[in-house]
Ligand binder design. Structure first.
Ligand SMILES: *[C@@H]1O[C@H](CO)[C@@H](O)[C@H](O)[C@H]1NC(C)=O
Ligand SMILES: *[C@@H]1O[C@H](CO)[C@@H](O)[C@H](O)[C@H]1NC(C)=O
Ligand SMILES: *[C@@H]1O[C@H](CO)[C@@H](O)[C@H](O)[C@H]1NC(C)=O
Ligand SMILES: *[C@@H]1O[C@H](CO)[C@@H](O)[C@H](O)[C@H]1NC(C)=O
Ligand SMILES: *[C@@H]1O[C@H](CO)[C@@H](O)[C@H](O)[C@H]1NC(C)=O
Length: 614
């Protein structure tokens, strides 16, 4: 220890220095956070403090749009928390109000577990389940049950015991991970089958017209039945099991071809992507939309993250995401069959469950036990490591891939070159100045800044064909040594973008002490419980807002305080609603619903104990 050889007085003053620094930072952060909490009455707050600093901070005319978004996010979340249910009758009443049906049988045991494990129960946190299950109300219950039971990979629950069915030899251990999660709830579950998609890619894209008619059937069938008509037990799967021995997995018509073409058929007829054909000349660099001011954004920054993941409203994504350029594998059905998976596009019809990677302790995804040092000890910089996935990148198409775009954008040498010569890069154009105007952009110093600030690169270029020696990307990228996740958490900023499917790191990033910057076209189980600009910083799928976001968080003390605030809010909220218990409760409730939609008496099946006189 070097420190030990210093004279005592010196040690003392060093300690004092760091304590003072810590105290100063804590003071500023807590004052600023209270500023954010009091923001709804900023005038009163300002009058009370009279501080010039706060005048600057909350100077409405001088405010950055992100200040407004952070403040709105906080208000939105506070209102959401007012909907929290603390007892079973309230939870059941809110269920009936929001879902238009009785809760499923077993709702009481579910709620009891939630209470015992201090889960935060807000009915809207489970909206995703109902969006995913709804179209199955339009299909025959028995057919759905039989197809679920006969699938190649199934988590099966019978008589309160869960088992994984299917040959996973030489495959990723997802079936085992999901089975062990379901096993924790199995004693309280009805007999049910959870058929699993074993591919990375999501696989069902039912055309818009078909889904809409299935959803209409659900709406027609929806009603809160009179208590005396309700059946309080599931019918069970005995008749399905009796036929199981000669059941073959149902094989819908699996399609290949252009994923974009399949996607747009699932978009509403009046959405901008519906009639946008796939890009014709793949060998030309991607075209960025001009004057792009979508409804989901506010002055250039994402406001509605859900809408921002939707390819139907962003026709340019057909040329900016590997999924739409050349996915590694493709086997897609336009028919609705029961299939569960960890992620999907908003147009897909899989039923979402938490990604299997979120259930492992593999430090590759989670960074292990340590979630990174505290904010003031972190390197003021942005870090990214990963492989050049996203699909099959080749000489003719690599510049359309999202990860290549991110890494080129974070390469200081590349950006300096662009600033010097006024050129575009292979994967991107400089964001328009009239929209993202800040000193580093105006003075053309983003490149110089990134050379210090950014540490981002591929650990494997994954080029195709593999023996091409990657000559086509070598001028633009070099392979860099990997950095373990726990070392990456020493940086303040961590962008997170899609790979072949979702990145599977988001939960780890949220639970870390760093700030995740997230862009994705995938939906996940947790979306309804996370608030952009409060728990993470959202980023557009074009990444055109990337520099401006990083600039906002690094331009002054206010930016740094905001970044730290979001990083810490995300971590503390994540540790309350993204726990294994929360994933279990999500899947548990989902399986109660799926068992009901597979039940021939489904219109009558429900939980009503709370409505009966005691
Ligand atoms: C507040 O904003 C106005 C208009 O941009 C500016 O003139 C003023 O100097 C700002 N006040 C402070 C304290 O920054
Ligand atoms: C996509 O669909 C359009 C018209 O619907 C068709 O002309 C085109 O060939 C399809 N493209 C691909 C790559 O399949
Ligand atoms: C965000 O967008 C989604 C999908 O477009 C929409 O359903 C939702 O109502 C929007 N949310 C808000 C708060 O506007
Ligand atoms: C790749 O590099 C190796 C050795 O450097 C060379 O033998 C081989 O011919 C190269 N392959 C191609 C396709 O350029
Ligand atoms: C950054 O870009 C330069 C070319 O501008 C390239 O040579 C270098 O390999 C890139 N760095 C990384 C880490 O990809």
């Amino acid at each position: 220890m070097k420190l030990a050889s210093l004279p005592d007085s010196r040690i003392c003053s060093l300690r004092w220095q760091s304590i003072l620094r810590y105290a100063a930072v804590t003071f500023i952060v807590s004052i600023t956070l209270s500023g954010i909490f009091l923001f709804r009455r900023p005038e009163g707050f300002l009058r009370n403090t009279g501080s010039h600093y706060f005048e600057y901070f909350w100077n409405r005319t001088a405010n950055h749009p992100i200040d407004q978004l952070i403040s709105d996010a906080h208000t939105f979340h506070e209102n959401l928390l007012k909907q929290r249910s603390f007892d079973l009758p309230t939870a059941a009443a809110r269920y009936r109000e929001r879902r238009g049906r009785h809760p499923p049988p077993g709702f009481d045991a579910w709620f009891k577990y939630a209470t015992e494990h201090e889960a935060i129960i807000v009915e809207s946190f489970f909206d995703r389940i109902y969006a995913d299950i709804a179209p199955f109300w339009g299909l025959d219950a028995r057919t759905t049950a039989e197809r679920a039971a006969a699938w190649e990979y199934v988590v099966r629950v019978r008589n309160g015991v869960a088992s994984g069915v299917g040959n996973t030899e030489g495959k990723v251990p997802w079936l085992q991970l999901w089975t062990s999660l379901v096993a924790e709830a199995a004693p309280w579950l009805p007999d049910v089958d959870m058929p699993i998609n074993y591919m990375d890619e999501s696989r069902l894209i039912v055309p818009w017209e078909d889904v809409t008619s299935l959803m209409d059937k659900e709406r027609e069938s929806r009603s809160v039945k009179p208590v005396e008509e309700v059946v309080t037990e599931y019918s069970g799967l005995a008749s399905v099991d009796a036929k199981a021995d000669d059941a073959q997995p149902y094989k819908p018509n699996w399609l290949g071809g252009s994923y974009w073409n399949l996607t747009r058929v699932a978009c509403a007829p009046d959405s901008p992507s519906r009639n946008a054909t796939p890009i014709e000349n793949i060998e030309e660099p991607p075209v960025f939309p001009e004057d792009w001011d979508p409804e989901y954004s506010y002055k250039g920054y994402i406001r509605n993250f859900t809408a921002a993941t939707d390819p139907c409203v962003q026709p340019h994504l057909r040329g900016m995401h590997g999924t739409f350029i050349e996915p590694l594998t493709m086997s897609t059905s336009q028919e609705l069959i029961p299939l569960f998976g960890g992620c999907k596009l908003p147009v897909n019809n899989e039923i979402l469950i938490p990604g299997a990677m979120y259930l492992t302790d593999d430090p590759f995804y989670s960074g292990g036990e340590t979630h990174g040092p505290s904010w003031w000890k972190k390197t003021n910089g942005v870090v990214w490591r990963g492989v050049a996935s996203g699909g099959r990148n080749k000489k003719e198409n690599w510049f359309h891939f999202q990860r290549h775009r991110l890494i080129e954008m974070l390469n200081g040498t590349t950006v300096s070159g662009m600033e010097e010569h006024g050129t575009r890069a292979m994967t991107f154009e400089m964001p328009p100045m009239q929209k993202y105007d800040f000193p580093r952009r105006r003075e053309a110093t983003i490149g110089t800044w990134l050379q210090e600030f950014s540490n981002a690169g591929f650990v494997n270029l994954l080029c195709f064909p593999a023996d091409s020696n990657c000559t086509y990307v070598r001028p633009y990228f070099s392979e860099v040594p990997s950095i373990p996740m726990k070392e990456q958490y020493k940086y303040k900023f961590m962008p997170d973008v899609d790979g072949n499917s979702f990145s599977a790191r988001f939960r780890g990033f949220l639970l870390s002490t760093s700030l995740p910057l997230k862009a994705t076209i995938y939906s996940e189980w947790h979306d309804d419980r996370l608030v952009p600009w409060l728990h993470f910083a959202p980023m557009d799928n074009t990444f055109q807002d990337l520099y401006a976001i990083l600039d906002y968080f690094t331009r002054d003390r206010k930016g740094d305080v905001s970044a730290r605030f979001i990083a810490e809010e995300g971590r503390s909220w994540g540790s309350k609603v993204l726990r294994r218990e929360d994933m279990l409760l999500y899947v548990w409730r989902l399986l109660l619903e799926f068992a009901r939609v597979c039940d021939e008496k489904r219109d009558m099946v429900g939980y009503i104990d709370d409505l009966r006189p005691a």
